[in-house]
Design a protein around this ligand. Sequence first.
Ligand code: IVH
Length: 690
Amino acid sequence: MTNMRVIPDAAAYGQAVEDAVKAAAAYYAGGDSALDDDAYDRLLREIAVYEEAHPEQVLPESPSGKVAGGAAVGDVPHTVAMLSLDNVFSAEQFASWTASVERRIGRPVTAWSVEPKLDGLAIAARYRDGRLTQLITRGDGTAGEDVSHGIGIIEGLPQQLAEPLTLEVRGEVLMTTAQFEQANTVRTEHGGDPFANPRSAAAGSLRAKDRAYTVAMTFFGYGMLPLADTPDALAERLRSAPHSELMHRVGELGVHTADATDVPGRTVPTPAEVQNRIEEIAGLRAALPFGIDGIVIKADLAADQQEAGFGSRAPRWAIAYKLPAVEKITTLIAVEWNVGRTGVIAPRAELAPVEIDGSTVSYATLHNPADITRRDLRLGDQVMVYKAGDIIPRIEAPVAHLRTGNEQPITFPETCPQCGSGIDTSEQRWRCERGRNCHLVAALTYAAGRDQLDIEGLGASRVVQLVEGGLVSDIADLFTLTAEQLLALERMGSTSTDNLLTAIEQAKTQPLNRVLCALGVRGTGRSMSRRIARHFATMDAIRGADADAMQQVEGIGSEKAPVIVAELTELADVIDKLVSAGVNMTEPGATPPAADGEGQDEPATTAGPLDGMTVVVTGAMTGQLESLSRNQMNELIERAGGKSSSSVSKRTSLVVAGEGAGSKRAKAEDLGVTLTTPDDFATLVADLLP
Ligand code: IVH
């Protein structure tokens, strides 16, 4: 961790303690903290360093050594103290921690359990004769707050266990990303400030008793222990079973655990294998639908745990391996409005640059104006920004209590920022009234691109010349350009002219899916264009499809279908012009669906080496595949009878993992999906290579 500050004197120490106490109170009560997790952890360590050097100055309210930083209180005693965990931040620190545990017990730990550290708040759920009777927060570790009003509203925490047992399940309540989005929508609709992040949203929502609305949360069990009135035999079994077995039982009883996710708990024999699993989980983090802030490693056997024992704040047999923070607070400086190739006007947030997860973040997506309104964002706001792996950074919400009153409303454009025309605001995504004609240069540059019509020599600057010279007003005009017209352009000699005309001529033979993609139909990118083209096989069949027929294509739902149909109607003239110019309008290898619309849901695919397989490509391709773009790889897969996909799941048949493959390879290994190298894959599809 970076930027540790040395606290210089008693006054600075006093201030640091005050800041930490305030932040801890906000954190555990579900309020918004002025410090992000990283800054809070750092402050605690600065305080600890100062206290070590000046033990006589330690303030009684100091958060050091206290569960929950001393913030939380409650009046329901815990049967067994609900402790916190100590942290490590690197492989080296982890290795020295395991060594210290093994020194303490005088032998190697028999087995280690490795599981995700869920980023929510700890809850004890008491079951009597299988019925959920009480929910208690961690509080100060010895007593917590009764939040039993949460019974029945937390997903994964059943009101009835599969067996009539008396025991306590401990775990974390959190909001998944989707639940968080939903919670903030509901909350702002009721006039509340949005929550800054899923953790404070879960904490705030759980502790709120009489709200007019309820929001969804999810429980993840991570422990099980006896209650005072648990029968002796069961109590003994709960105390002596390995952690991994208890977790298995928790799942069997009907409680949700990490085992039901993409990052299940694992038991491994050595610290080296623990480290491997840590790296796997870290690699999967960005793709998870819920937040984790680290990995928890526990000695699996009860005997090992007993020998290692407990400290005052945390057990000595478990540790949290913290992952770099993926959330930071920064300032929203401005909002830019950019017009895309289809005329969609998209807002983008400019942020005070902040380092997150190893890279500097200066921009974040904002989707659409409704999204800004829903999040109640203002210029100058302190905002919680989330970024993980290579995902596009996003603003979770403003940290409402940090507002100074000087924040300014975000002004929405009244006319198109590109061309000054009116704006169609009838849908969530605003669009210039001139649609794809607004930003013709962007639309044509995209159409000519490598993965669409692949017209070499037609880059953005050439397109600007064509548009400014009035030679083209839509993509069909490209196909009627003449040598005289091109020769009249600046920096255009006879060789370049010939080459460009040849490339354009060649583009006429591109398969239908690329032509469709080049048209820039809203809601259809490359893979959707391929699916539509394969399904309908000809442009005539596509144009003949109504919304119902369009919905037969995988991935097109009731919202998207009418938009695509309307777009195609809007493009009728351009498509007619393309047909007259001799552009291919059929998809090789595909047959049109039967005329009555019945009977053939799936287009006939040519039998190929990947028949019926779902294939994911990740990492850099090498060897024969080196020059293929991701789109060309996907086309290749589909030519070979397979289905291309961008995410790995249980249904994936094969993952082609090239150099530098990261989380998708890890996930494939985890799920036992077959992996192959670019070279082996090239051999498999050798007959179909371009
Ligand atoms: S075990 C005595 N396992 O992290 C062992 N805790 O920073 C105590 N947490 O208080 C907890 N995921 O609220 C455990 N898989 C997991 C966890 C987990 C998240 C939370 C828990 C704990 C805090 C410590």
